[in-house]
Design a protein around this ligand. Structure first.
Ligand code: GLN
Length: 303
């Protein structure tokens, strides 16, 4: 970077080339997201100001972010934020970076509220819905659901559970930023165990969970970016099923009859998760595919 006066377009082109040479997959996108972060504007605004000349201080800040990116740090950890379902979430290295695939899980919860007559019935009788999100991490799932179901805001309550205190601190900030404190409450602990202390048996309408589901032996071959994410949020045990095995039987105690459980899965776990659900008397099992046509979400009802 020898040049003195850089316009936005020039520096984006330079950085994109540089990232490409370093084998960064989304070179252009990453260059743009980081520059938007430095300039404190939306990515779209860069396009409206291509000929703007950057200040020396902006260039040096951008350079330091470029350096981090080529060291393998994901953009979300550099900019400390990530968009999910159109909302901006605070993200730090103690939480998993939200993936677009997880939007599918949220969409399916929203669909249940829109289409399921079971819920229509409760809506009429002004009942109260209780949802629980296990392995909540940054809180993207409960917060997005509460924002999208704003019409139910007086009769919906969502618990977000995580074992990591640091993750819950970030989730709490996200709850605050999204004004979701009325509807979302965080509990610390392992999977469903924190619910043992509140009398909530047979009362839950929907349980959601995007658990760690990567096989322990696959962790070492992950891309350098994924390796920066907390191992605790990725490691699904020897066969990737550790959390499904723990949660599915335990969930029966808390779900209402015909209440829903929705999991994100790794496509290769489909058969095994299906078996676990059937063994535990769940019914109406549905598998949803993601944008790449891979099995990604499983939905079932408690028997
Ligand atoms: N619920 C969070 C997410 O979907 C975190 C999941 C996890 O840590 N495995 O991004």
């Amino acid at each position: 970077m020898q040049k003195k006066d850089w316009t936005i377009l020039e520096i984006l082109n330079w950085t994109t080339d540089f990232f490409n040479k370093k084998n960064i997959k989304e070179a252009r996108l990453d260059a743009e997201v980081l520059l938007a972060d430095v300039l404190n504007v939306k990515r779209f605004d860069l396009y409206l100001n291509f000929n703007k000349i950057l200040k020396i201080s902006e260039i040096s800040k951008y350079k330091s972010l470029i350096k981090k990116r080529v060291e393998g740090i994901p953009v979300a950890y550099i900019s400390k934020k990530k968009e999910f379902f159109g909302y901006n979430f605070k993200i730090e290295k103690n939480v998993l970076i939200p993936r677009p695939e997880t939007e599918l899980l949220v969409e399916n919860v929203l669909d249940i509220f829109e289409k399921d007559t079971f819920f229509k019935f409760f809506e009429k009788s002004k009942n109260f819905f209780i949802l629980v999100d296990i392995c909540t991490g940054s809180g993207i799932i409960p917060i997005t659901i509460s924002k999208k179901l704003n019409e139910y805001k007086n009769n919906i309550f969502i618990y977000g559970i995580d074992i990591s205190q640091k993750a819950l601190e970030i989730a709490q900030q996200n709850i605050y930023n999204h004004h979701a404190a009325e509807n979302v409450r965080l509990l610390i602990g392992d999977t469903l165990y924190p619910l043992e202390t509140i009398s909530i048996q047979n009362k839950i309408d929907i349980i959601t969970c995007n658990p760690p589901y990567i096989k322990t032996s696959d962790l070492q071959s992950l891309e350098i970016e994924v390796k920066q994410e907390p191992k605790i949020a990725l490691d699904g045990g020897i066969d990737g099923l550790h959390f499904y095995r723990k949660i599915i039987p335990h969930s029966k105690k808390f779900l209402k009859k015909d209440g829903y459980i929705l999991f994100e899965i790794s496509p290769e776990l489909t058969e095994k998760v299906n078996e676990l659900l059937i063994e535990n008397n769940f019914h109406s099992i549905i598998i949803k595919k993601d944008y790449q046509n891979l099995n990604r979400v499983m939905i079932a009802k408690r028997g």
